[in-house]
Structures are given as structure tokens and as C-alpha cells.
Design a protein around this ligand. Structure first.
Ligand SMILES: [Zn+2]
Length: 481
């Protein structure tokens, strides 16, 4: 596939390029000796000259006033300027435009959105206002269109303080879509835009400047920041593969989406970070650690001092979501209604649990299956009563009412089921209510418990529909041993 060959004219080159690289590296080494700093002047924030005609705008910190730590950049040709990412607000985009104007009068004709996240795209309107064509993948365009109104109304309603900075944000969609490799001639210098499949999001591109061996990596690389690995479109494997391919193309400079300009070592470092989070999460799942505990108590060795630590719980959550079922390898199949996704779980086929959740227009539902070895030969209603009581003692924000009990066929097993209504206790500060059902049976030397709850926003008919759909799926549960 053509687009796997990033910058063919400078990747895999002959000895001239190699000598050039050695000279560049010797130069860097001297710079290192002189300044005690591998990147010399590059290791600063604000406007940074990366190479002739190539600039980065490095956010000073992760705060909203600094644009959430997201970097931008620009490339200056004789005919056109290309901007890479437009910062978090129109005000911050204006600041970037002023920085460009302080260096050149060449018109900004192109903007690339490396991905859809607000801190990289919400300044788009400013550049559209000066006549720039905004370029992205279709995935990025669609995600901007889908999520911008959702995020803005979330901030407006839930975070009025943060929203004050966002009042001037106007959704501005890319108007030129790219796929694979796209070369843009800016006059005397060209930029190459690559889409190599999903990574940090479904639609990430990176931009290379072959003449200066620079890459603007967008969301694919964070330097000294915990990256966000929790986007719906994230693809851990392909993300690592993209970084691996980029690392072999002879790049000298990486402008990351967050953090300082770096040598290409950052590409391998980013791969290692992704591996570290995945392995840490998988180990926690194996050890039977619930997501809530893993998310709050985990330290990732080697990332001390990284900014944006609030990303770690989300990143682990993404690992639980993707790998729980594979790691736990439970001995059953459960085809829940559409919309249910594995949220978390832990343990093994012998002793473990899996939790699915589903959020849709018809409400929110949870199904949790737990299993543990037992020598008991029968289950009596008292078991469910005890479990419900234990649950309520441990979770005092809930109130549960037991309406009745019945037999329920689960695969070839006769299970005992209890059911009723639940609601948040007065004074818990939460509102919500719905139906619950607790199903227990014995199979393969284990006691199985399936806990279901649905909340249809108070719509009692819908509650019953949701519960019936879920119950039908449980009745069809199949065991693989
Ligand atoms: Zn991002």
C-alpha cells in the first residue's frame, strides 16, 4: 500500500543521507556539550524554530489557559503557510496567527487537523476566517461534527467555569478530506500528510516536512505528558505500528502533540508507554483488582513527573474495556442485546467477574456475572437475600426492594432469581431508580451470580422491556466446558 511508505525520497536513502545524519548528530552532540541539553533551543515552550521555515508552537502547560497542553505548528513556503492544529479556543488561535504574522506575510492557505480533539481543532474558525482550507481525514471531520455540540453543551451545563473560555468556539468543519499520503506544495517546501489508520483516535494524521526531516506527530506522540488512550476510536496495536514505521523513516525532529520538540527517540518511548499501560492493566485484571481500585492506585514506573496524570485512570479503563474478556477467558458466552459493552472485570475462568454496561436512549443497564468455586449442592433463596443485604451494607447509597422470586432457565440449568426495584437512598445526592434482578445457579463446581439492573429514566414500561431483553439473553447463556 502506497501510504505505508512515508516520504519515500528520504526514507531508506543511501550513504549521502547517512553521512548527513551523522553530521547532524555530531552537531547535536556538540550542542549537547555546549548547552547540556540534547535539543538546545528546541527545548522551550511558546514559539520554537524547529528548522528553516518550520516552527512549532509549544504549549507551556496542561491548563485550559494554555490550550490543555496541545501544540501547534506551521510551515512557511513562498506561496502558502500551512498550520498544523489550531489550539483550544479562537483566542488561542489568534495568538498563534499573530506569531505567524510576526514572521511572515505569506497567506495561511492550509490548516491540518491532526485529529478531532477540541484542543487541536476549536481554533479552526479563526483560520477559516482568513481563507484557509481545513484538511483532515473523514473520520476526524465526522468526529468534530458529532462531538463538538456534545462537548460544548456538557461544558455549558456541567462546567460553567470552564465554559467561560469557550463561548466563542464555533464548530468549523474541515472542507478537504485526505486518505493515505497527500503532498502539498507550499512553494519551495512541501508538506506531506499521512493517514495510516486509527491510533490515538480513529482519524489521526501526521505531517512530515521532508526537506527538514521533521514530523508533526499530532495526537500520536506526547512528550512528558500522559497521552489520552481512551478515545472511542483508539487502536492500540495500529498506534504502535504507526510509531514503529515512523521511527524507521530517518526523521530527525518530532514535534509532538503535547510537550517539547524531541529527537526521534520519543517514538519508541511512546510505544513503550502504550505497552506499559496495557501490561499494567492486564496484570491488575489477572490479580482480580477491580477497575475502581486500579484506576486510583496505580503508579506507572518511569512516568514520574509526567503531566496530565488525570489521564491514567481513563487509560487503564480503556485497557480493561479492551482486554478484560481475553484476560479473564471466562467459560461462557453471553450474547447481550446490542449496545452492551464490556466495561471491566477481573480474575480467571475459575474465579472472576465481568461487568457489561449499556447506555442508550432507552436507558442505562448493567449486567454483572460473577463465578466462584463452591462445594454447595444447592442454592436457597436465603443466599440471594444475604447477598442483597451484603450489597446494601457495602453500598449505602442504594435502596433495594425485593418483590419476589422465581425459577429461571439459564441454558440447561434451573436458576433461582429474585427481583425488585432499586433506587438511590434519600440523602445520597443521586437520583435514579429502576429494576434489578439477581440470578444464581450452580455449574461446573462454581456458584454463578448474575446481577442485572436497568434504569430507564423513570419510564416503567421501558424498564420492563429492557429487563426482558436482557433476561432473554441470560436464558441463552452458553458454557464452553
Ligand atoms: Zn488528542
Amino acid at each position: 500500500m502506497e501510504y505505508y511508505q512515508y516520504g519515500p525520497e528520504w526514507a531508506g536513502e543511501g550513504s549521502t543521507g547517512m553521512i548527513h545524519r551523522i553530521i547532524v548528530r555530531m552537531g547535536l552532540l556538540i550542542a549537547l556539550i555546549l548547552t547540556g541539553c540534547a535539543n538546545g533551543d528546541l527545548e522551550k515552550t511558546g514559539l520554537v524554530k524547529v528548522a528553516d521555515d518550520v516552527y512549532a508552537w509549544i504549549a507551556p502547560g496542561p491548563g485550559a489557559g494554555d490550550g490543555l497542553g496541545a501544540n501547534s505548528g506551521f510551515i512557511i513556503g513562498t506561496e502558502a503557510v500551512m498550520v498544523i492544529d489550531t489550539r483550544y479556543t479562537p483566542e488561542l488561535a489568534e495568538e498563534l496567527l499573530e506569531a505567524i504574522r510576526s514572521i511572515t506575510d505569506v497567506p495561511v492557505k492550509y490548516v491540518v487537523n491532526t485529529h478531532y480533539h477540541p484542543d487541536h481543532t476549536w481554533g479552526n474558525s479563526v483560520f477559516a476566517g482568513v481563507g484557509a482550507t481545513i484538511i483532515s481525514t473523514r473520520e476526524t471531520r465526522d468526529d468534530i461534527e458529532k462531538y463538538t455540540p456534545i462537548y460544548l453543551s456538557y461544558y455549558r451545563d456541567q462546567k460553567p467555569q470552564a465554559y467561560r473560555q469557550l463561548v466563542n468556539v464555533k464548530m468549523t468543519l474541515p472542507d478537504s478530506l485526505v486518505l493515505g499520503r497527500t503532498v502539498v506544495d507550499l512553494g519551495g517546501i512541501s508538506a506531506e500528510i499521512y493517514y495510516d489508520g486509527p491510533g490515538h483516535t480513529a482519524g489521526d494524521v501526521f505531517v512530515t516536512v521532508p526537506r527538514t526531516r521533521t514530523v508533526f506527530a499530532g495526537g500520536l506522540v506526547s512528550n512528558g505528558y500522559h497521552p489520552n488512550m481512551s478515545d472511542q476510536g483508539v487502536d492500540f496495536d495500529n498506534w504502535k505500528a504507526i510509531l514503529g514505521r515512523l521511527a524507521t523513516t530517518g526523521i530527525d525532529r518530532v514535534v509532538p502533540g503535547q510537550g517539547m520538540v524531541s529527537s526521534p527517540d520519543i517514538l519508541r518511548k511512546q510505544q513503550s508507554y502504550i505497552d506499559l499501560v496495557i501490561e499494567t492493566g492486564k496484570n491488575a485484571i489477572r490479580k482480580g483488582i477491580a477497575l475502581s481500585k486500579a484506576a486510583t492506585g496505580t503508579i506507572l514506573p518511569g512516568t514520574e513527573g509526567y503531566r496530565q496524570e488525570n489521564m491514567v485512570p481513563f487509560n487503564l479503563q480503556a485497557v480493561y474495556k479492551k482486554y478484560t474478556f481475553d484476560v479473564v477467558a471466562p467459560s461462557f458466552k453471553l450474547d447481550l442485546p446490542e449496545g452492551f459493552e464490556v466495561k471491566e472485570g477481573s480474575g480467571s475462568a475459575r474465579n472472576g467477574r465481568i461487568l457489561w454496561t449499556s447506555r442508550s436512549e432507552t436507558g442505562y443497564s448493567e449486567v454483572e456475572v460473577t463465578w466462584q468455586p463452591t462445594h454447595r449442592v444447592e442454592i436457597i433463596l436465603q443466599d440471594i437475600h444475604d447477598r442483597v443485604t451484603d450489597f446494601l451494607v457495602a453500598n449505602q447509597e442504594y435502596e433495594m426492594h425485593i418483590a419476589g422470586a422465581e425459577d429461571l432457565q439459564v441454558g440447561k440449568y434451573m436458576a433461582l432469581s429474585a427481583y425488585g426495584r432499586w433506587g438511590y437512598a434519600l440523602g445520597s445526592g443521586k437520583s435514579g431508580s429502576g429494576l434489578w434482578e439477581w440470578v444464581m445457579f450452580l455449574h461446573d463446581g462454581k456458584a454463578w451470580a448474575i446481577k442485572v439492573s436497568t434504569d430507564a429514566g423513570g419510564d416503567r414500561d421501558q424498564e420492563i422491556v429492557n429487563m426482558n431483553d436482557t433476561e432473554a439473553a441470560i436464558a441463552g447463556m452458553k458454557f464452553t466446558e
